[in-house]
Design a protein around this ligand. Structure first.
Ligand SMILES: *[C@@H]1O[C@H](CO)[C@@H](O)[C@H](O)[C@H]1NC(C)=O
Length: 547
C-alpha cells in the first residue's frame, strides 16, 4: 500500500533549510538522471555536473551550524527529495489545501459555478497545459491534515477526507460523481450518465458535516456522470495522476462540477453514493520511464527535485469501473463481489433502494404474497365474524347469529357433478404463524346438529364452534368435515388435512388441527386470550353458491 508521509512532510520542512552558501554550483539544473533511472543518491551523484560534484559538500548544509552534512545525511536528504519532492504535489494544481478540500467535498467557487469560473479553471488549465500530461503527480496529501488525522484515528498521514488510503479505501477504488455539465454536456463528451441510488450520510461526515442519515434518489434525477479508477496493491505510482484525471482534469477540460447532494464529489467508493455504474479511467507512463532532475537555487541555497515523463490518460481495459475492479480480483470471488455494494449495475437501483430502506425500517409499500388478502366477494360472503384487522363481533343473540350463519352454509352450494352440499366455511388468518393456517377451508360432510344452546339436548351453537369452542361433538375430521389449505383443493377433495384435536375450553377453530401434524398457536377465541392464541387477526366467510 501507499506509504503515509507524515515523516516526509516533516522532512520537507528541514529541507527548506538545507542551504549551500559557498557552492561552486550555479543556479539551474544540476543533475538529470537517465530516463528510467531510479531516483537515488548514487544516481544523483553520478549525474551531477563536474563543478557540482566537486563541491557536493556545499550543496547540503546543516541549518543550525552552517557546516556541510556528512554523506549519510546527504543521502537521507536526497532520498527524501526523491520520495516527496520529485513527484509533482497535487496541491500545486490549484494552489492550496483549502481549495482541494472544498473541491473534493463538492463546494468551492470553482464547483458552485460562481462568476470566477474562468479565473479558477484557468489555473487548472495552465497546469494541464504545462504539466498535466508530463509529470508524475503525487496522490493528495496535505500538511494541514496531519494533526487532524492523527487526532481522529485516521492514521499518521495527510490524506484528505474520504480519501484515506491507509484507513478507509480498502477496495482500492476512487470515484468522482458530477451532476452539473452545463458548461458543455455529458453527451458532448460521450460520457455516460448513471442512475444514483442513495447515499448514506454516515459514510462522509467529514464533507457533509452530518453524523447520521441518508439521501435516497428514487426514480430519475439530474443527469449524473461518475468516473473513477481502481488499482492493485503495488500499482500506486500513478495514483496521483489518476486522481487528477477523474477530478480536476474533468472539471477543467469538460466543465464538470457539483456532486450528489449529501455526498462528496470525490472519494474512495466506500464514502461515495451508491450508483449503478461509473466510467473507468487509468493513467500510463511512457515506457522509457521517468526522468528525474535536480535543481539548485544559488540565492536560497535549496536543492529541489522534479520529474518529467509522458503520461497518457485512457479508458481502462474493461468496460466500466465495476468490471475493471472485478477483473483485478478475478481470482477471489468474495472480494470481487464487494464492489456490487457500491456500483450496483444498470437497472439495479430500485432493488438496492428497496433493500436499503427495508434495512432502515422504512418499509416500502407492497403486498405480502399471502397475508392481508382481499376476499373475493363474488365467491365469498361478507365477513361473518372476525377479530383484529377483520374485526366484526357476532350478533349478541346466539340464535340470531347462528340462524344467519347456518343460512349461508345452507344456501345451496353444489358439487361439480351437481349434487347438493353445504357451502364451505373459510377462515382467513393474517397473523397465523404458519403459511398452512393463513387460509383454511371447512367443508361439512354430515348433517348439521340442531341449532340451539341446550348442549345436553344435542343442540349446537354452530358459529360458536368456530369462534370459541372447537368440540368433537358431531365434529370429527374426515368424518363430519374436511379441512383444506386452499379453495381449489377443497373443491377437488385433494390434500385434505390429516391431524386434529378438539375440546379445550375456550379454544376455537381449529384448535391444533394441521395438514399433517397438529400445530400449536393457530386457533382463535373471542373469549379466551392467552399466549398460544396467535390468530388475533382473522375473519370468517362462507362460500356463495355459484350462479
Ligand atoms: C335441555 O334439554 C334437556 C333434555 O331435553 C332438558 O331436560 C332441559 O330442560 C333443557 N334445558 C333448557 C335450559 O331448556
Amino acid at each position: 500500500m501507499f506509504k503515509p508521509s507524515y515523516p516526509a512532510l516533516a522532512i520537507l520542512a528541514i529541507l527548506a533549510s538545507s542551504r549551500g552558501v559557498d557552492a561552486a554550483c550555479t543556479s539551474g539544473t544540476i543533475a538529470t538522471l537517465a530516463a528510467g533511472a531510479s531516483c537515488t543518491y548514487d544516481n544523483f551523484v553520478a549525474a551531477l555536473s563536474a563543478d557540482c560534484a566537486a563541491s557536493i559538500a556545499d550543496l547540503f548544509l546543516n541549518e543550525a551550524t552552517g557546516l556541510p552534512l556528512d554523506e549519510a545525511a546527504r543521502r537521507a536528504e536526497v532520498e527524501a527529495l526523491c520520495e516527496y519532492d520529485a513527484p509533482t504535489q497535487f496541491v500545486e494544481i490549484q494552489g492550496s489545501y483549502q481549495d482541494d478540500r472544498r473541491y473534493f467535498a463538492g463546494g468551492s467557487d470553482l464547483v458552485d459555478g460562481s462568476s470566477s469560473w474562468n479565473v479558477l479553471s484557468g489555473k487548472i488549465k495552465r497546469f494541464e497545459a504545462n504539466l498535466g500530461t508530463k509529470t508524475v503527480i503525487a496522490f493528495p496529501e496535505y500538511a494541514a491534515r496531519i494533526d487532524y488525522n492523527s487526532q481522529n484515528n485516521l492514521g499518521a498521514n495527510g490524506y484528505p477526507a474520504n480519501m484515506n488510503l491507509e484507513k478507509s479505501c480498502s477496495l482500492n477504488t476512487i470515484m468522482c460523481c458530477f451532476t452539473d455539465a452545463s458548461i458543455s454536456s455529458f453527451a458532448a463528451n460521450a460520457d455516460a450518465t448513471t442512475d444514483v441510488c442513495r447515499h448514506d450520510l454516515r459514510d462522509s461526515p467529514q464533507s457533509n458535516h452530518i453524523a447520521n442519515g441518508w439521501s435516497v434518489f428514487p426514480g430519475a434525477e439530474t443527469p449524473t456522470h461518475c468516473v473513477g479508477f481502481t488499482w492493485n496493491d503495488g500499482e500506486e505510482e500513478l495514483l496521483g495522476n489518476m486522481m487528477y484525471e477523474v477530478s480536476l482534469r474533468q472539471t477543467a477540460t469538460k466543465g464538470y462540477r457539483q456532486g450528489v447532494p449529501g455526498a462528496p464529489m470525490c472519494g474512495c467508493v466506500e464514502h461515495m453514493p451508491v450508483v449503478e455504474s461509473a466510467k473507468c479511467r487509468t493513467a500510463v507512463k511512457d515506457p522509457a520511464g521517468i526522468v528525474y532532475s535536480f535543481q539548485y537555487n544559488e540565492d536560497s541555497g535549496y536543492v529541489s527535485a522534479s520529474n518529467t515523463v509522458a503520461i497518457t490518460y485512457q479508458d481502462c481495459a474493461n468496460a466500466d469501473l465495476a468490471a475493471q475492479y472485478k477483473a483485478n480480483h478475478a481470482d477471489d470471488v468474495e472480494t470481487a463481489a464487494l464492489i456490487d455494494e457500491h456500483l450496483v449495475g444498470a437497472g439495479n437501483c430500485d432493488a438496492d433502494l428497496e433493500e436499503y430502506l427495508n434495512d432502515e425500517q422504512f418499509l416500502l409499500e407492497g403486498q405480502h404474497p399471502r397475508r392481508y388478502a382481499q376476499i373475493d366477494h363474488s365467491v365469498w360472503s361478507d365477513l361473518v365474524v372476525g377479530e383484529g384487522i377483520r374485526f366484526l363481533p357476532p350478533n349478541p343473540d346466539p340464535i340470531v347469529a347462528d340462524t344467519a350463519f347456518r343460512a349461508l352454509i345452507e344456501a345451496g352450494c353444489k358439487n361439480a357433478d351437481g349434487t347438493p352440499r353445504y357451502c364451505m366455511v373459510r377462515r382467513f388468518c393474517d397473523s397465523c404463524p404458519h403459511d398452512s393456517h393463513i387460509d383454511i377451508y371447512y367443508k361439512r360432510k354430515t348433517t348439521l346438529p340442531p341449532m340451539g344452546t341446550n348442549t345436553t339436548n344435542g343442540e349446537v351453537y354452530f358459529l360458536d364452534l368456530f369462534m370459541n369452542q372447537w368440540t368433537s361433538y358431531k365434529n370429527i375430521l374426515n368424518t363430519d368435515f374436511e379441512l383444506y389449505s386452499n379453495y381449489q383443493d377443497a373443491l377437488n377433495g385433494v390434500n385434505k388435512w390429516m391431524a386434529c384435536n378438539y375440546d379445550s375450553s375456550g379454544v376455537g377453530f381449529p384448535r391444533d388441527c394441521g395438514p399433517r401434524d397438529t400445530s400449536v398457536g393457530e386457533w382463535n377465541s373471542y373469549t379466551n386470550h392467552n399466549w398460544f392464541e396467535r390468530a388475533n387477526h382473522h375473519g370468517f366467510y362462507v362460500e356463495k353458491p355459484s350462479a
